[in-house]
Write a protein that binds this ligand. Structure first.
Ligand SMILES: [Zn+2]
Length: 438
């Protein structure tokens, strides 16, 4: 009878953008018949609060989510495992963490990228590791999947090492430690996401399970691609030296049985003999002293991008309206979806765009931006809406045109869409609501 009381399709959705500083946190509240709402939280993390925010900001947000949802969250989407997207899911002893609050809202589903699927973890043990289903998954997802998963998990080891490296030029130290911190394993958050609800691990074209919880809403998964899907693209672009998956293949191909980070990622490494440092850090210390700082930074940026490219890309479709939430997906993640003709009409008609990767230069591919037909230099009623969660001065540098948010992108967003950035929110004002009617 409850089902009958609910209208078949939502009338509108309110997107609450929280100001987490550098990070993402969006609460989507779909309004059905009177007093009937369904809530989806997309990401909750930060690597740096705004300077004018109280230290309680993350807990204030968790409590606001609790109030806004009246204690019931229908689903959580954790786009990828970077700290600025999942630190809010951290738990604390005694249940006093922000992640404990979210868990108490009893979400019905947690959606994450396929790279988080414990079935695919080569080291997985316990009841979740079902050999038969794992084997079946590998057939569809690509033979090299375990290598890819292993390399991603080694990223956390690399990040740890980054934070212990000394004697680096000051110019690169800031960004290195920022990227190191972003990539650190966030164990309690990861465990909480795995345990708080039923899990859905998605890839391009897969059903997310969200539709069951959101009547009248179609949810399309456009990314991340699987290894098999990416291979089709890689073959077409085999001459691109920056191609992420090629780097990945090289990094892991030397010895698939070795599970040590330094050996897998840099097979022919030379170690520093300096015994003051943990053995895992010695190869890096050696290289950091021998290599120009900028080269080291390039390696770390590439590792960081690999994790961004595991981001879940979702399009929510109600009637003729489409909302695009791509997490931090960068060009390599987008390539597969953009190469599929079937997604073109969907992307062309996007009405609301959550700007990818806090406005960084390579997360809004130009080919994607050009597809958006609702871009308009005039303030028309049907104009594209764009939402960005960011904080300037944390990531990249203006002289290298890598600053986040990127100036040229922000001016295009300002010129051709109804643009909102969390940087407009000051002090106690910690969220902004955007309404889309259907
Ligand atoms: Zn991010």
């Amino acid at each position: 009878m409850m089902r009958l009381a609910m209208a078949n399709s939502p009338k509108s959705v309110t997107i609450r953008s929280y100001n987490v500083g550098f990070g993402d946190c969006f609460l989507l509240s779909f309004q059905y018949a009177a007093n009937s709402e369904r809530h989806v939280l997309i990401d909750f993390g930060s690597t740096g609060l705004p300077p004018d925010a109280p230290a309680t900001r993350m807990m204030d947000i968790a409590q606001d989510i609790k109030t806004r949802t009246k204690g019931k969250l229908h689903a959580v989407v954790a786009t990828h495992r970077h700290k600025d997207h999942i630190s809010g899911f951290e738990t604390k002893k005694g249940g006093t963490g922000t992640g404990d609050v979210i868990r108490s809202l009893k979400p019905g589903l947690v959606v994450q990228p396929w790279t988080e699927d414990p079935d695919l973890d080569p080291k997985a043990t316990g009841p979740k590791s079902n050999k038969k289903s794992a084997k079946r998954k590998l057939t569809t997802m690509g033979r090299d999947t375990p290598k890819h998963i292993a390399a991603l998990s080694h990223m956390h080891g690399i990040a740890q090492q980054m934070l212990s490296v000394r004697n680096l030029p000051r110019a690169i130290k800031g960004e290195l430690s920022f990227l190191g911190e972003t990539n650190l394993a966030n164990l309690s958050a990861i465990k909480n996401l795995k345990d708080m609800a039923k899990n859905s691990y998605v890839f391009c074209g897969k059903k997310s399970g969200l539709e069951r919880l959101l009547p009248g809403v179609k949810v399309h998964v456009l990314g991340p691609p699987t290894v098999a899907q990416t291979d089709t693209i890689t073959k077409q672009r085999s001459s691109d030296p920056d191609e992420f998956w090629q780097f990945q293949a090289k990094a892991v191909s030397s010895d698939e049985h070795v599970t040590d980070a330094r050996q897998i990622l840099f097979p022919r490494h030379v170690q520093s003999q300096d015994s003051r440092f943990p053995i895992n850090a010695r190869w890096l210390i050696y290289h950091s002293r021998m290599t120009r700082g900028e080269q080291l930074l390039q390696i770390v940026r590439m590792l960081d991008q690999q994790m961004n490219n595991t981001s879940v890309i979702l399009v929510f479709e109600v009637g003729k309206k489409r909302l695009l939430f791509p997490g931090d997906a960068q060009i390599e993640n987008w390539q597969f979806a953009l190469s599929q003709k079937k997604f073109e009409p969907l992307l062309k008609s996007v009405n609301l765009y959550k700007v990818g990767h806090h406005g960084s230069r390579n997360a809004t591919p130009k080919s994607l931006w050009k597809l958006f037909q609702h871009r308009d230099t005039r303030k028309s009623p049907g104009r594209l809406k764009s939402l960005m969660s960011t904080m300037a001065g944390k990531h990249g540098h203006a002289d290298g045109k890598t600053e986040v948010p990127r100036k040229t992108l922000v001016s295009a967003l300002t010129r051709e869409s109804d643009f909102f950035t969390t940087q407009e929110l000051k002090r106690a004002n910690f969220f902004h609501d955007t309404v889309v009617t259907f």
